[in-house]
Design a protein around this ligand. Sequence first.
Ligand SMILES: [Zn+2]
Length: 347
Amino acid sequence: MSHVDRRAFLARSAALAAVPAVAALAGAEPALADDALPDYAPIPPSALGPALNEQGYYVGRVERNLYWVTDGTYQAAFLTTRDGVVLFDAPPSIGHNLQRAIDEIASANGVSNRVTHIVYSHHHADHLGASSLFGRNVVRVGHTENKKLLVRDNDPTRPAPDLTFETRHTLRVGGERVELAWHGTNHTPDNIYIHFPDHDTLMLVDINLPGWAPFDTFNINEDVPGSIAAPGKAMAYPWKTFIGGHMGRLGTRGDMVVYQNYVNDLIDNIKKALVAVDPTPFFVKYGNNSWAAVKAYQDAQVQYASAPVIKKYLGVLAAVDVYTDSTTFLILESVRLDLGVGSQVHP
Ligand SMILES: [Zn+2]
């Protein structure tokens, strides 16, 4: 691996919570034999975005003075204004490349490169951990719950927001307007909708990752029903371009429809699995080991529900064969526990 490839590899891998595995690879321990690792379907070209530069990032225009930056796995956005730059999220995997990307655009357009505001999509460190690079003289903006969570976490890389709001806030900087809104909990309790009405764009992070199946266990969404409802709320806004916070490209309304269909197909199949899979053989085999029986039973339900969905979306959503099982498991638990489907009252 070249120096740049290796750096990108490390950044990308570290970005995805695979830190212990990466530490092992980077150290002296022998790597796993290649044939011990599973093979997956190839990534459809439609899932991939523009090539990264030598520094490991890509910066591009979304519309007029709204730009996006990616390292291929994470995304941030920024708006240049006559009074400075408003940054949206600061993923540590992009890190110092955020200011490099801003400098590149600001010098090309003869505008200020000084970041004056950072809007936080939600409190997660993988989207905010480079916030402290911008110092103290920046106005940080987030939901009231975002402030509570960041005060709780007390992580110096993610200073709590200075400006908070409960349901809606219109952020006005240098003649530009951004509509921030909280429409209930979804991925996290503080995840907000960032609408750019003058740029035909919506940013909503960690819900739909355009072109890709959700990350492990349905993006580790804390509120599953809230997360399932979020794409509908996003679609109620007028926009052409979607910034999902992840992977290498921007999204369209068509991507949102594909994602909604994928989730709805999973829910339909989960409801069928809860009825169709017979628990008897699992409880017969494992006797008084209730957890072994429940695990085998639920594994069978997950397989029943996910297999047809994986088949349907292969070549449509990248890595659908990697994470659909774990996503199915979390949605199955929500269908069972939140919706009460398949629950039986003892006679
Ligand atoms: Zn998150």
